[in-house]
Design a protein around this ligand. Structure first.
Ligand code: SAM
Length: 451
């Protein structure tokens, strides 16, 4: 039997560690190169110019296996700047439009109360909707840049189809993921409240300007929320001496928001090669600061820039819920940074739900399997070793069944003949496959203990 190492406290749940002996490294495959002088290059360069982002001419948009993404034209060295965009060119959650702001300058409230940090998404939605109000601005470049950016955003209906909060019950159930179902239930209500909060305020403003269509307005709020949810980032506010200034800022940064996700913790086919943060903040003053993307390693010309979207991109169901995609991760070939959990799958045993990952077994699951083995009479001797062969066999049997169950769900992609529905159904299938891979790797690692 392979030795086991107890790692209580390292993960959120207490667990036994599985020996990842059979895992091996995959070589980083070359990403497709692309022509340097494309229309996409000019689109991003023009945006860089209008938003005063630098370098002006080294980024272009192109198709990648992950969807449309940002590529570098010329090579970039580790640590160098890939993109630097002034915060003043971005949408910030602490600068909502005047028709949305609840307090006046004279109100005696703290910044914390003035801009309730938990309501960042609504404030960004208000800022996005404000763009459509065509209000006067003294910065024509910023206005033109935003128009160009808006024209390059993804199709609203396909984006809507990618987010489980908009799916019907049948599609949601077909993912075989209880955690996603619960998260969607919660998101559904908070989303409803968010849309009401913005549409009420914008409605009042538009009423004074001659009226509006209520349903149309709500639809616009939902669309804007989809964009904010999938494209805004969170940045910590820290000045040179390392002191943190207030809550993190949520930013919707044009150009930056075209960069795709890859994990920084795995050595899979796609790995993050860039990181980002705010630079140039002084004593809580962020007006002259920049959102800066730097290379984590040397990038070749024609390589896609990839950043890690962070905790909201893992496990896979959370990434689907937040961003509308299932990240690529193969537990049988990708190496994961020690102690890190990239994806999980649920496993039901005796009516109880457990979450497993390929490298650990929850203690509670071992207990339940042990009690069951005693009842079944397969475990006769009480032993000091809780992970006895019969317990391992009981869990292995259950996890193989659960993995098979992921594959046996019928595909819903032909149920409705629209590209949007097919997109949703294929995402649900990807999540099942991803959970299958976790359960399969978990079962294999478990079997390696007794065979
Ligand atoms: C911040 S945007 C990135 C740019 C986006 N691809 C575009 O064309 O506008 C985030 C969206 O990009 C897509 N995306 C990002 N990373 C991805 C990945 N690793 N795999 C699949 N889709 C990804 C998802 O649709 C996600 O909602």
């Amino acid at each position: 039997m392979a030795p086991l190492r107890s790692i209580v406290g390292k993960f959120a749940h207490a667990a036994f560690t599985l020996q990842p002996g059979h895992r091996h490294t995959t070589l980083h495959k070359a990403l497709p190169s692309s022509t340097s002088e494309t229309a996409a290059l000019h689109g991003l360069s023009e945006m860089c110019r209008l938003f005063q982002a630098t370098p002006e001419n080294n980024l272009y948009l192109d198709a990648s296996p992950l969807g449309r993404g940002v590529f570098v034209k010329d090579s970039v060295s580790k640590g160098d700047v890939i993109l630097s965009i002034p915060i003043s060119s971005c949408f910030r959650d602490d600068e909502p439009p005047d028709w949305f702001e609840r307090f006046t300058e004279d109100d005696d409230v703290t910044d914390y109360e003035r801009y309730d940090p938990s309501a960042w998404a609504i404030r960004l939605v208000a800022s996005l909707l404000d763009m459509d109000l065509d209000r006067d601005t003294n910065n024509e470049d910023l206005k033109r840049g935003r128009e160009l950016w808006k024209s390059m955003l993804p199709d609203k209906n396909m984006l809507r189809a990618s987010l489980p909060v908009h799916w019907n019950e049948e599609l949601l159930l077909s993912t075989k993921c209880t955690a996603l179902e619960v998260a969607v239930d919660n998101a559904f209500f908070s989303r409803g409240n968010a849309v009401l909060a913005v549409s009420d305020k914008l409605g009042q403003f538009l009423n004074d300007r001659g009226g509006f269509d209520e349903d149309e307005l709500k639809k616009k709020c939902h669309d804007a929320l989809d964009m904010v949810q999938t494209r805004a980032c969170r940045v910590e506010r820290t000045c040179e001496d390392g002191i943190q200034w207030g809550p993190p800022l949520r930013v919707l940064a044009p150009i930056f928001d075209f960069i795709n996700h890859a994990s920084a913790k795995t050595t899979g086919r796609f790995t993050a090669n860039a990181e980002f943060g705010i630079e140039g903040e002084t004593m809580g003053d962020i007006h002259d600061a920049k959102l800066v993307v730097r290379a984590l390693k040397d990038l070749r010309g024609g390589e896609e820039v990839l950043i890690d979207y962070g905790d909201s991109a893992r496990p896979a169901w959370k990434c689907l819920n937040s961003y509308g995609f299932v990240p690529i991760y193969d537990p049988k070939s990708d190496i994961v940074e020690d102690g890190f959990v990239e994806n999980v799958a649920e496993l039901w045993m005796n009516g109880l739900r457990f979450e497993v990952d390929p490298y650990s077994i929850p203690f509670d699951l071992v207990e339940v399997a042990g009690a069951q083995a005693m009842l079944d009479g397969t475990e006769n001797n009480s032993t000091d070793e809780p992970l006895s062969p019969s317990v391992v066999k009981a869990i292995t049997k259950r996890s193989s069944e659960a993995a098979l169950h992921m594959l046996l769900v019928s595909d819903l992609s032909d149920k409705e003949d629209t590209p949007e529905y097919r997109h949703s159904a294929s995402l649900a299938a990807s999540l099942r496959k991803s959970q299958y891979q976790v359960l399969d790797a978990f079962t294999e690692n478990l079997k390696a203990i007794i065979f």
